[in-house]
Design a protein around this ligand. Sequence first.
Ligand code: GLA
Length: 702
Amino acid sequence: MSATRLACLHGADWSLVLECPDGGAPIWRYLGPRVDPAGLPPLTELRAPATFSLDEPVAMTALPVAGLGWFGPSALVLRANDGAALPVAFGEWTISETADALAITGHDRQAGITATLELRRLPGDAIEAVTKLENRSGAPMLVDSLASALLPLPAGLATTIAWRGRHNAELVETREALPAHGWHRETRLGIPGHSGPAGTYLLGQGAGWHAGLAVAVQLAWSGDARLAIERDEDGGHVLSAAALLQPGELRLAAGDAHETPPLLLAISGQGRGGAMAAMHDAVRVRIDWPGGAMRPRPVHLNSWEACYFTHDEQRIRQLAEAAARIGIERFILDDGWFRGRNDDRAGLGDWVPDPAKYPNGLAPIADHVHALGMEFGLWVEPEMVNPDSDLYRAHPDWVLHLPGQPRPTARHQLVLDLRRADVRDHLFAVLDGLLRSARIDYLKWDHNRALAPAGGAAQVAGTYGLLARLRAAHPQLEIESCAGGGGRSDAGIARFTHRFWTSDNVDALARIGIQRGFLAFLPPELMGAHVGASPSHATGRHQSLDFRAAIAAQGHFGVELDPDAMAPEEQAALAGWIAWWKRWRAVIHGGQVQMGEGGDGLVWQAQGNGREWLLWVIRAEHGSSRFAQPIPLPFAAGRDWQVRLERHAGQSGVLTPRAGAAFKAMRTEPRRFTGSWLAGAGLPLPALAAQAALIFHLEAVP
Ligand code: GLA
């Protein structure tokens, strides 16, 4: 028996194993739950010849390419400068291994290319995969496609969870059996869109929130992408993930290199919750916080739903004063502050304060906000221009367009061509000047349309470049990514930003699902979540202030209304929630999120760490059981807990005079439960009416 040389990388929960035949291509043997591959025979000694097959079948290599007997998806497709196909055949391989990373390089001396698949173990146990391509030939070449990675998926996956959505209804979860042939998701909006990032969760047979095999996938990319799962020749599945390239857009000059966006992959034996925790940590290492670490997330007030386009210096001063009175820490002046911007038909592109509304510019407002003890944030939409703007009148050629074709507007706006260096330079100069003109600590960076025509990967790279340049020039600046709510919420842009506007829909009922979808890919400290007015501007539904606040408290908390328009008791109650949230934000952020479903339509979510959790139990709809069923909390197993009822929102049995004495007592005195009881039998609950939530505090008994 011959020895098999292997290249491996192990996480706490997973292993990846490639076989490295002498001088030959490294081939995939395994990716899945952690294993010890010692003693593994070479693949050639395991496979019998099959009918209607190559005499020497080609297995899946680290960088599989079409043309020489591999019939699965190809890691790269190239063309020579004259447009002719450029076949790739890697003849030599080099492998570099460290404890946390594996880099596999294929060299094709004839075609003059080198490609490297880099696999890295991230803090928190996710895998990051990136592919780099170098043109070592003497001539330019065209890259038609380049996958971030092609990976074999673990056996036994049965279900795909994916999300779909629209403006005001982001991230609706869908669940399907993994089809026998395959599954794919391709996006062409130019931004990821309201269905969320290019990502999916794959579950093994019987896997759930807390147990079983789960794989979470996210391409860290803010443009068009393709994720595909194809059946391979062994009956397994191959995952491919790639940023989409427009025809001809990626030309690699001789000596140039190109690197794909990273694919983030989490494999867990602890179900969806385990994969989600690893995904959150994978995103956290990408965030570039001013000063190097996240500081407590300041409570926001955003002016949009308080006044839309109708404001001026006086109005905003008043709103800021009302904000300061209830404990707001960062005040954001939304759309409508710049020249000619009285509605959404004009002004985008002309980033100077409107002389009628802000005759003294923004500095006095920014100073006033700071004097009130708050940071000052400003809304911008730099990548856009209204045809009715001075910028467009001066530079009609600066937008994405097809020569001689109509220029379709959306929300009356066109998209600037960020592939052009002169456009990027102009935007940098304008934004840099704006940030120097007043004490602006924060930008809400919006993007309110899909791209038509497409800008391709280079448009995304242009935006990333602009963001990076601005961050370098203003290292203390924080940025929020927004695209009509959650149209650009992904781990790609998270490299440059610090918050996402999760949805323009702040209706608390709608937010339950939207926020759960968001948390599949991004951690809660990045999730903008506001208390809006009732009735909700997006849905017309009425909800109690407590319910709206309880749901917003799961994320980066804020307010999207005018506190002065509230009754005094409501205003005091909102101030109470703000003070409460400040006390708990350190537990809500930076740790783990656990989720589950109780009986009879209840959902729950816990945020915290091994010692301390806040637990939301939420009833959206009217229930059908006479008494409330306890909810089992698998994460509580292994130690005892002191459980206190921190907040209740909406109508619950806690409030009735006769019932729920135990829950009333738990509001002040914690009650001790064993971990086995909480995990097995479950936390007892009072009856909850529709649109009600309870927030418990669980503290581990030392
Ligand atoms: C988008 C955003 C909103 C608001 C408006 C302003 O819709 O999602 O929050 O900023 O633009 O026009």
